[in-house]
Design a protein around this ligand. Structure first.
Ligand SMILES: [Zn+2]
Ligand SMILES: [Zn+2]
Length: 204
């Protein structure tokens, strides 16, 4: 496996981009290390990332690989899996990186119950500190582990996902707002945007 080290300065910039340091972001940083070594950074759109979750890890992928939602070379599949696939357009090389269940399959019971309590009743200062320490320990564990301890890395199959397409826009006949043609709906002969369509349909 080719691996590209990410400097402490770049890790700090990634944390700044995300807004906080957390175990999820640490996972994303390590996934990015694999991707940088195997397919490189996408200075424009030459690397496409397909992410199968929408957690904190995705921000590290966006920042470190320049695979971004806006450019269309970050594709989210709502599968709820800790899995990431990277495609390089120039030669079609593709890899899939999956978190190993023995590392990511379970969290410690105390953190789970504290996080539940946090949502329901809030935490005492001492409990907050314990949860925080658990997160710090988890981040350290993820950042210091060998990559092949953390991930299963395999060649990926399938075609490179298509580039973002620029489509015509139409004017919604109810609200008058410009809407990408592929997102318009037709209802009783009118061209509508999705929210206007949903209102008409509900009141029909
Ligand atoms: Zn986070
Ligand atoms: Zn509309």
């Amino acid at each position: 496996m080719n691996v590209t080290q990410i400097s402490p300065e770049l890790i700090q910039k990634t944390i700044d981009f995300h807004g906080h340091s957390c175990p999820g972001l640490a996972i994303g940083i390590r996934v990015a290390e694999v991707a940088l070594g195997e397919v490189g950074r996408s200075s424009d759109e030459e690397v496409v990332a397909v992410v199968e979750n929408d957690n904190c890890a995705v921000d590290a992928i966006q920042f470190l690989l320049s695979c971004t939602y806006g450019k269309g070379n970050l594709i989210h599949l709502d599968y709820g899996k800790l899995a990431f696939t990277f495609y390089r357009r120039s030669d079609g090389k593709a890899i899939r990186v999956i978190g190993k269940p023995e590392i990511f399959g379970h969290q410690d019971d105390e953190s789970i119950s504290l996080r539940k309590k946090k949502m329901v009743r809030g935490l005492t200062g001492e409990e907050k500190e314990r949860l925080n320490q658990a997160a710090v320990a988890r981040i350290k564990q993820i950042m210091e582990a060998d990559l092949d301890e953390l991930f299963e890395i395999t060649p990926a199959q399938g075609p490179v996902p298509q580039k973002a397409q620029i489509l015509e826009s139409l004017i919604c006949e109810a609200c008058g707002e410009r809407t990408m043609e592929s997102r318009t709906r037709r209802f009783l002969g009118q061209i509508l945007c999705i929210p206007c369509f949903e209102v008409r349909e509900k009141n029909f």
